[in-house]
Design a protein around this ligand. Sequence first.
Ligand code: LRH
Ligand code: MN
Length: 388
Amino acid sequence: MISNPAVVAALRSQRIELPSWAFGNSGTRFKVFAQQGVPRDPYEKVADAAQVHRFTGVAPSVALHIPWDRVDDYAELARHAADLGVTLGTINSNVFQDDDYMLGSVCHPDARVRRKALDHLLACIDVMDATGSRDLKLWFSDGTNYPGQDDIRDRQDRLAEALAAVHARLGPDQRMLLEYKFFEPSFYTMDVPDWGTAYIQCVAAGPKARVVVDTGHHAPGTNIEFIVASLLRADRLGGFDFNSRFYADDDLMVGSADPFQLFRIMHEVVQAGALDQALGVAFMLDQCHNIEPKIPGQIRSVMNVQEATAKALLVDAEGLRAAQAGGDVLGANAVLMDAYDTDVRPLLADVRAGLGLDPDPVAAYGRSGYGAAIATERVGGQQAGWGA
Ligand code: LRH
Ligand code: MN
């Protein structure tokens, strides 16, 4: 298959941001399994993320989570990252792990608690100033568990107040990305449960506010690509938290549970020209490798996004438009399925060869010995996890 130069170029310039927390221990309420060689601090997390970029060539930035990635000197951490050929990316706030937030953070009935939560969000912007990050990602566990527990509209007013204060604090080139989730840890209402609520709150907050689509945060059967197309049309898609799931927010490797869904999502992205970084859509992974080795898991995940993107780039856009315009239902569907059914692995091997990389990143990482080295070197200390 002759690789189309424009497709190859688009794939070579793809940028997928990695989550620092994917390199730490993670699990469920039943058990968090510790793994050998897991990082003990943000410096080691960044070093592991740099390995993913080393073998894929398309993952040059690492998102941080505060306070999980708190350090004394963020500029020094940014220099450490630069020495390893990567940058520090999106800053994630965390107002979901403090006893004060039992009834919510920015939506809490008590103004003192809301102030505490807002102060954390503003402190995360100070971190962005130090790391040079563009985006602040806001996910709120806020919600209620029982009908009547609190007033739904009052909580929306409280949320809007906090988002307005965050928006006002942002620098000229900084943005805030609001992430929604339909349930968990709250089980009756989540204060940002869906894209509509996130969109309403972003429009109210201001032009620097955009919506994040976490692919694990929808009710089963939700047509996520419809949401993506709608947010792109409204110029309010800030980015993705990519992962996949069979049931709930499983945070499994993107594309592993439903590669066809990932393809349909990337089809909407490509059709809208949103692979172009100029449109400001951030492609981030948000995953937990509870039982599988973490660095190879991230490498495989990046490859899954590349494969879905490559297939989306191979869609015969003209043929599709013609079939759609002609009401040719089967013809239009066939155009899409032809692209989806294309084996793009040779194309991606070309892309990697052009970047001076091994066509098989997972095997190349295995041969590098890095995994074995960190397993022996990283003894003692406190392994990183979902705790500060
Ligand atoms: C919430 C979420 C959010 C992060 C957390 C690690 O489920 O998707 O994006 O802050 O996971
Ligand atoms: Mn997420």
